[in-house]
Design a protein around this ligand. Structure first.
Ligand code: ADP
Ligand code: ASP
Ligand code: MG
Length: 416
């Protein structure tokens, strides 16, 4: 019988009762003959607590960046606890199970700490062979090991990526992501009760939705699934083990028969807008500015440049995450000789709202519908950016939910 990967998020393993329920689901799947690798997150709230402890111990050393390798040692511990607890709970049911930590399965990572990237894991670790014998592997998500043998972590939400990486390494086998909602919805069902579960969503759309704020899957996990053609599904861990639980399949675009123009509305409040007034309007200004920001690891998202009223001056607006904006501010203030401007303004009370859909490639009028819907609620658009399958706008954060609801209705996504 086939190898399968299952992953259970923080809410799904929040306490012993939930872990026992997860053990029932795993036991049921094993009873059908599936050879299982099961990835677990830390209990919900635990990683936040550990991040707080690491920051408390490190003081200013961790402000802004979280790249100290001891940070990873602290925050990775939450997943160690749940992997052991689930293995115990499975053994209690008479099943053969054992826990696997990142270093034990040699989940190798690179590119630093706090947000490492997976290079793959060592086949010699014996993980594949172990599950083929019928033993259930309970894997601590979120954690890996560097070339130097240090513990690393994959960034928040990283257990999704562990799961897909394991599925890819086991032969691009199916990967079921069990969570606290029963699939991927047209928007976050917690803020729009009329949101609808999608039967299928393309890798491409899911990638945009995740990177634009739909935190149901970590962006990197979708990218990995797309590159390795891992059949990925999101489904509920709150249903009974034998309940009908179709979830949402993330698949190739050609497997989707009915294509919607817009399939999802997303939002992100972790945004900041930096405005630089009175920059020199001459060749090389943008190159210098963005080279400096890139060197310091500031990930810039939207960019708008406009001529200022004075003849050889321009105003530059760019957006990045809130935490990156603190770094950007420090770097720009410290390098005013290399990048000159009259004044800098940083706004953190902004949000990005986006509509996503592969149908946009062949349809016109999406921007018009979007801007009309926002105008009808008197919501001002600050910055706009587009790609082939998405349109994003930056607005006042106070209007986030209102905007998401208005767009959900305007694109006919509300459940009837
Ligand atoms: P887990 O702890 O299982 O990893 P997460 O909290 O990371 O779960 O992700 C699940 C949450 O994602 C849901 O509770 C939901 O509020 C949120 N979410 C945001 N956008 C969407 C969407 N489009 N579809 C489904 N869930 C979404
Ligand atoms: N526990 C980690 C986090 O909260 C990883 C995960 O849950 O995916 O970010
Ligand atoms: Mg998650």
């Amino acid at each position: 019988m086939a190898r399968t990967v299952l992953k259970f998020g923080g809410t799904s393993v929040a306490d012993l009762e939930r872990i026992s329920h997860v053990a029932d689901i795993v036991a049921h799947r094993a009873s059908k003959g599936e050879k299982l690798a099961v990835i677990v997150s830390a209990m919900s709230g635990e990683t936040n607590k550990l991040v707080g402890l690491a920051k408390g111990a490190a003081g200013d050393a961790l402000v802004g960046d979280e790249f100290d390798d001891e940070y990873d040692v602290v925050v990775a511990s939450g997943e160690q606890v749940t992997s052991g607890l689930l293995a115990l709970s499975l053994r209690k049911r008479g099943l053969d199970a054992r826990s696997w930590l990142g270093w034990q399965m040699r989940m190798k990572t690179r590119e630093g700490h706090g947000a490492a990237r997976i290079d793959g894991f060592d086949e010699d670790s014996g993980l594949g062979a172990a599950i083929d014998t019928g033993q259930i592997a309970v894997i601590a998500g979120f954690q890996g090991v560097t070339e130097e043998g240090r513990v690393s972590t994959l960034g928040r939400g990283g257990s999704d990526t562990t799961a897909v990486a394991v599925a890819a390494a086991l032969g691009s086998v199916p990967c079921d992501i069990y969570t606290d909602v029963d699939g991927v919805y047209t928007t976050d069902p917690r803020i729009v009760p009329q949101a609808r579960r999608l039967e299928r969503v393309s890798y491409e759309e899911m990638l945009e939705m995740a990177s634009l704020g739909a935190k149901v899957l970590q962006t990197r996990s979708v990218e990995l699934a797309m590159n390795h053609q891992v059949p990925l599904r999101v489904l509920s861990s709150f249903s009974g083990p034998e309940a009908d639980n179709p979830g949402t399949w993330i698949c190739n675009e050609d497997e989707i028969v009915e294509k919607q123009v817009v399939n999802g509305v997303t939002y992100s409040r972790d945004e900041a807008k930096v405005t630089l007034y009175g920059m020199e309007d001459k060749p090389g200004t943008s190159a210098n500015l963005f080279a400096l920001l890139a060197r310091e690891g500031v990930n810039v998202d939207m960019i708008v440049q406009a001529n200022a009223r004075g003849e050889d001056r321009a105003n530059m607006v760019f957006t990045c995450t809130s935490s990156d904006s603190e770094k950007a501010q420090r770097v720009l203030e410290a390098n005013s000789d290399a990048v000159s401007f009259d004044k800098m303004d940083v706004a953190r009370d902004v949000a990005k709202v986006s509509v996503v859909g592969v149908g946009m490639k062949s349809h016109t009028g999406v921007a018009e519908t979007m801007f009309d819907a926002l105008a009808s609620k008197n919501i001002n658009i600050d910055v706009i950016s587009t790609s082939e399958i998405k349109i994003s706008v930056l607005i006042d954060a106070d209007y986030t939910e209102l905007a998401v609801r208005a767009l959900h209705t305007a694109f006919d996504l509300d459940a009837t």
